[in-house]
Design a binder for this molecule. Structure first.
Ligand SMILES: [Zn+2]
Length: 224
């Protein structure tokens, strides 16, 4: 079963995932070495955008790891990896601004984010439960149970789908706010967008992989 020919369907998704990962690592490596002209650190840029966006109740903390930056809506904390927190590069400022974009989405109840956060526990359940339902259904020839696994897996696909507008909007906000506030200069807009586009590609790759996996599951149930 694990070497089923339908696994071939996943190969383009896997390759796209590897490409997206290489693209973000490449963009990050390139632009973490390009100093931002204004000279703000990632943390300073984020603080500036949070203040001007009216979300100054959001704390900014440092965390370990590389590209581990995220906004935690439950504790209202923006966590920046140390390279981004201290870095005064195009990459650091761009990534910090993107995370600030998420905090501002949260502060403004941006609808796709509300849907995404509300759906997150269901998707998290789905990402663990589908495999049991599906393979037990397939193994014991219970097509209903296998199909229930497929349906539960669609929660994961939907979550990946609704993540996409949230991510694209955070980057769009980041570039607009950085430009308006003068945190980056005109000629830095292109490079900042390049970093954020590369980051967005990993979410596109995640969605493509989930859709391909869904197709594969449907083929496997049809096969039974
Ligand atoms: Zn993001």
């Amino acid at each position: 079963m694990f070497f089923h020919p339908t696994f071939i369907i996943l190969i383009p998704g896997i390759l796209f995932g590897i490409y997206a990962q290489a693209k973000i690592m490449g963009a990050y490596k390139k632009y973490r070495n390009v100093p931002s002209e204004r000279g703000l650190s990632g943390a300073e840029a984020a603080a500036m955008l949070l203040r001007s966006g009216g979300a100054d109740d959001v704390a900014i903390e440092q965390i370990g790891g590389q590209l581990s930056d995220h906004y935690d809506p439950r504790s209202k904390v923006l966590r920046l990896s140390s390279d981004v927190y201290h870095g005064r590069s195009i990459a650091a400022v761009g990534i910090a601004a993107h995370e600030a974009g998420h905090a501002l989405q949260h502060a403004n109840d941006y609808l796709p984010l509300v849907i995404r956060n509300g759906f997150a526990p269901v998707a998290s359940f789905g990402s663990q439960a589908w495999i049991f339902l599906f393979f037990i259904g397939l193994f014991f020839h219970l097509p209903g149970l296998a199909m229930a696994g497929v349906i539960v897996f669609t929660f994961v696909v939907f979550f990946q789908l609704v993540t996409l507008p949230v991510e694209l909007n955070a980057s769009k906000r980041a570039v607009a706010m950085l430009t308006e506030s003068g945190a980056i200069y005109q000629e830095e807009i292109g490079p900042t967008k390049a970093v954020l586009r590369a980051a967005a590609l990993t979410y596109v790759a995640g969605l493509v992989m989930a859709v391909l996996q869904l197709v594969q599951l449907l083929l496997l149930t049809g096969d039974d």
